[in-house]
Design a protein around this ligand. Structure first.
Ligand code: GUN
Length: 301
């Protein structure tokens, strides 16, 4: 069993991104700039945003945080998005999710100019990905693709089971895996994934265990701790765990720990490759946001 070390791989990619940014600066260009909009004080969101800002600083991307109270109304947030769309000093921006319940995420995301949508969540970017056009792909699927490529895990002709159908992970992941490779992600450093046979499963799927037992690669993005059990995993499979649920843990100094969607202890011995939680997909997601920002910068600089 080989651990897919997202923490190490992400640090390598950050070094590559920093070299690129340094070359732009040396050529007299301004630094790339990422806008990060956060609404309210969701503790997990605040941690993610802090991690994203730290990663930006490491590679020389300027991060501009726009923090709004959760009393902000939809019109004010829309006007913030409009301003960022037209601000030429910002290459891309994200609106950290979830938003407070009185604001429609769909209306906010729809207002983002797709050329600055470095989270890859607009209908334009998802549609372009589906059609095989150059697009910005959301950070987690991009990060998983990079991880598979850098560990030389082929997807061609393989059966990949994706558990989870979100717009941010499950759906775009399935699209990337089934595509003809090399059409998408023009700026990706590694070869793109593709040519897989993909099954998307979700909370209403019947016979999940039987389906998983026919997989070469299982990607779990269900947000359900311990969902994937050892008896669902064939010997020699590759397992990618996207889950990062906070569960109470009085023994931990923070009072919680991060739980993946995989019963790691029992699943890992059966796997050829598996991602740990933490230190697997999480760091790859963050570095992929930086890759997306540089992609937007290179196109529109
Ligand atoms: N909330 C959890 N993950 C993400 C993400 O990748 N992007 C945004 N905008 N919000 C999130």
């Amino acid at each position: 069993m080989i651990l897919l070390d997202g923490k190490y791989t992400a640090s390598q990619i950050r070094a590559e991104l920093k070299a690129k940014v340094d070359a732009f600066l040396a050529a007299g260009h301004r630094a790339p700039c990422l806008g990060i909009v956060i609404v309210g004080h969701n503790p997990a969101s605040e941690t993610y945003v802090a991690n994203k800002m730290k990663a930006c600083a490491e590679v020389g991307i300027v991060a501009r945080k726009i923090a709004l109270e959760d009393t902000v109304d939809e019109a004010e947030l829309l006007s913030c998005v409009t301003q960022l769309n037209s601000d030429a000093s910002i290459d891309g921006f994200i609106v950290q999710l979830p938003l407070p319940p009185h604001i429609s995420e769909q209306r906010i995301l729809s207002a983002i100019d797709y050329r600055k949508d470095v989270d890859g969540l607009t209908a334009e970017n998802i549609g372009r990905t589906v059609q095989g056009l150059p697009s910005i792909v959301s950070a987690t699927p991009r990060g998983i693709s990079e991880l598979l490529c850098r560990y030389h895990i082929p997807t061609e002709g393989k059966h990949v089971v994706v558990i989870g159908r979100s717009n941010i992970v499950g759906k775009p992941m399935a699209i990337l895996l089934m595509q003809r490779p090399y059409l998408l992600l023009p700026k990706m450093s590694a070869a793109a994934v593709g040519n897989a046979t993909v099954t998307i499963c979700h909370s209403k799927t019947q016979h999940l265990k039987d389906i998983c037992l026919t997989a070469d690669i299982i990607i779990v993005a269900a947000g359900s701790p311990g969902l994937l059990k050892a008896d669902m995993v064939p010997e020699g499979a590759t397992v990618i765990d996207v889950g990062i649920t906070r569960v109470d843990d009085p023994a931990s100094p923070k009072g919680y720990r991060l739980a993946g969607d995989v019963d790691f202890e029992n699943v890992a011995p059966k796997c050829a490759y598996i991602t740990p939680v933490p230190g697997g997909v999480g760091p790859m997601t963050i570095v992929s946001l930086l890759s997306n920002t540089l992609q937007a910068y290179e196109i529109h600089r």
